[in-house]
Design a protein around this ligand. Structure first.
Ligand code: FES
Length: 179
């Protein structure tokens, strides 16, 4: 059965007008939303992409203030060594799953090969979690640790002569800062 259109011509025109108005509104809205998006992106491009995280570089005092031998910076999980005028820093983060490795004094000195050189060591690093062991230079030799412990860069601050540790910068195992 054919459906009759009972609308009067005025009603029909009014419906058409409403539809046109609606479509116009939607169209204008989309354009405005697009422009707003572009505007946001332009403004965003003016803001530098900076990661606001705690600094990887920090001062740990002057060379004279640091005691001879090893100092453990618990918060930073870092071992800093002073051997006379030489300084170096080894991460305490186990390369297996990140537990804190313990500086372990050996009962007897031990002959090992570090970096192709025979050396006598008096300490090692042992991980309490799954038994990984590292020589004094951080080379892994037992347990599941896949890599040596990381070494981090040390430098002297030109302002006040303090040692600066840079956790963001890795260095080789033969790195020494000599002051
Ligand atoms: S986290 Fe150190 S051995 Fe597993």
């Amino acid at each position: 059965m054919k459906k009759e259109n009972n609308n009067s011509p005025e009603q029909h025109n009014s419906t058409e007008k409403s539809r046109r108005d609606f479509l116009q509104t939607v169209g204008v809205g989309s354009v405005l939303a697009g422009l707003a998006g572009l505007g946001f992106q332009s403004l965003r491009s003016l803001v530098p992409n900076v990661l606001y995280e705690s600094s990887q570089r920090f001062k740990i005092g002057t060379p004279a203030q640091l005691p001879e031998g090893v100092t453990f910076l618990e918060e930073k999980r870092l071992y800093v060594f002073k051997e006379g005028k030489s300084f170096y820093a080894i991460s305490a983060s186990c390369t297996h799953l990140g537990c804190t490795v313990k500086y372990t004094k050996l009962n007897q000195p031990k002959e090992v090969e570090e970096n192709g050189e025979k050396k006598t060591i008096n300490h090692e690093f042992h991980c309490p979690c799954h038994g990984s062991k590292y020589y004094a230079d951080g080379t892994n030799y037992a347990g599941p640790a896949p890599r040596p412990l990381l070494w981090h860069k040390l430098e002297l601050s030109p302002d006040d002569g303090q040692l600066i540790v840079d956790l963001g910068e890795e260095v080789e195992q033969n790195f020494r800062l000599t002051v």
